[in-house]
Ligand binder design. Structure first.
Ligand code: NAD
Length: 350
């Protein structure tokens, strides 16, 4: 039985990946430091699975990560451990530098040591983002060869890690592949991110806050399509290369919100008059548009998305409606700290 380590496996994409791999009959070792965005609810049904192990650990801790790798001798690692919310990176970039740059550096050093001492290398798929390419003009798309032009501290740390990895592949011959994926949505996502926040507010009769004029456009992929791509990249990707993982489903924030509202109405959800779009002060440095050219993964690895935006949003809405206790189990204390007590009391955003 193949064994995989998933770092950041208690977060949104990580927990979906852990369950996806278990469904495919792999043995999965989840290493997560359990920051605010990790949620025990995400994995509560699999804690007793005989093919699952969990370690509360920071990827910066070389000695402990080495110990885990040495004990399980996994066939591969998916690195998803990261700080991920752009707004938080604007508030406090330090944590992002620590997990997204130093964390990756420490993981690379651990892999170097492992390959030296075990005479065997572990293949790593590092999960990066389309945000490394920065703002993309209308009509254009980023290719894997496009230059990096990050705008936020978050995307700058992700870009740094990608470059560091490329240098370790070339210099130390570590077997690593990078995926640059567009915006994900689906079950288990921390509700500071756009889609679960909109869903929470729709279900709870609250206004729908949208940054600026709502014209910022993103490419959206269902998290399970992303998991399929990651596994394909692990088995068939070429060492040292990057793969854009996009869905070709680009939509601006206002249109996305209207689409979600329409789906909710068609489910006969009772929608209160208070549930309407409100425009809030824009995020500083907000990228206007991301768009990926994903021809490489489509042609070379024969991967493509299976879930349309409409079906994916509909299934995602159903999941949050059927799992209301997910919202109760998020770390509200930390959430309040970021948006400030005033906003919390006004109960506008959450
Ligand atoms: P998330 O915030 O939901 O989960 C991140 C997880 O990583 C959390 O469980 C957290 O506890 C853990 N973590 C953070 N720092 C750690 C550290 N130093 N050591 C161990 N664990 C640590 O994020 P997500 O949305 O699931 O994103 C996962 C990865 O995918 C990130 O690398 C992110 O950059 C990338 N990505 C996300 C998206 C998206 O739309 N969500 C798109 C493209 C790429």
């Amino acid at each position: 039985m193949k064994k995989f380590v998933v770092t950041g496996g208690s977060g949104f994409i990580g927990s979906n990946l852990v369950k996806f791999l278990l469904r495919k009959n792999y043995f999965v070792i989840n290493i997560d430091k359990l920051s605010y965005s990790a949620n025990p609810y995400n994995l509560k049904r699999i804690f007793k699975n005989k093919n699952y192990r969990f370690f509360k650990q920071d990827i910066n801790n070389q000695a402990q990560i080495y110990k885990i790798l040495n004990r399980y001798k996994p066939n591969g690692i998916f690195n998803l451990a990261a700080e991920t919310h752009v707004d938080r990176s604007i508030d406090n970039p330090r944590n992002f530098i620590k997990s997204n740059i130093l964390g990756v550096y420490n993981l690379l050093e651990t892999l170097k040591k492992y390959s030296r001492e075990n005479k065997k290398k572990i293949r790593l798929v590092h999960v990066s983002t389309d945000e490394v390419y920065g703002d993309i003009e209308i009509g254009k798309k980023s290719k894997e060869t496009s230059s990096y032009n990050p705008s936020s501290p978050y995307s700058a740390t992700k870009a740094s890690a990608d470059l560091l990895i490329k240098s370790f592949v070339r210099t130390y011959k570590l077997p690593i592949i990078i995926s640059n994926c567009c915006n994900n949505y689906g079950p288990n996502q921390f509700p500071e991110k756009l889609i679960p926040k909109l869903i929470y507010n729709i279900i709870n009769n609250k206004p729908l806050p949208i940054y600026g004029k709502g014209k910022n456009s993103r490419e959206w992929i269902h998290v399970i399509d992303h998991c399929e791509a990651l596994l394909k990249i692990f088995f068939n990707g070429k060492i040292g290369e990057s793969y854009n993982v996009g869905s070709n489903q680009n939509i601006n924030n206002v249109s996305l919100t209207k689409k979600l509202l329409k789906i909710a109405k068609n489910k006969s959800l009772k929608i209160n008059k208070k549930v309407k779009i409100i425009f809030v002060k824009d995020r500083p440095g907000h990228d206007f548009r991301y768009a990926l050219n994903s021809n490489k993964i489509l042609k070379k690895l024969r991967w493509k998305t299976k879930i349309s935006l409409h079906d994916g949003l509909s299934q995602t809405l159903d999941w949050y409606i059927n799992n209301k206790s997910f919202f109760n189990s998020v770390s509200k204390k930390l959430y309040i700290n970021r948006i400030g007590l005033k906003a919390w009391l006004k109960k506008e955003l959450f």
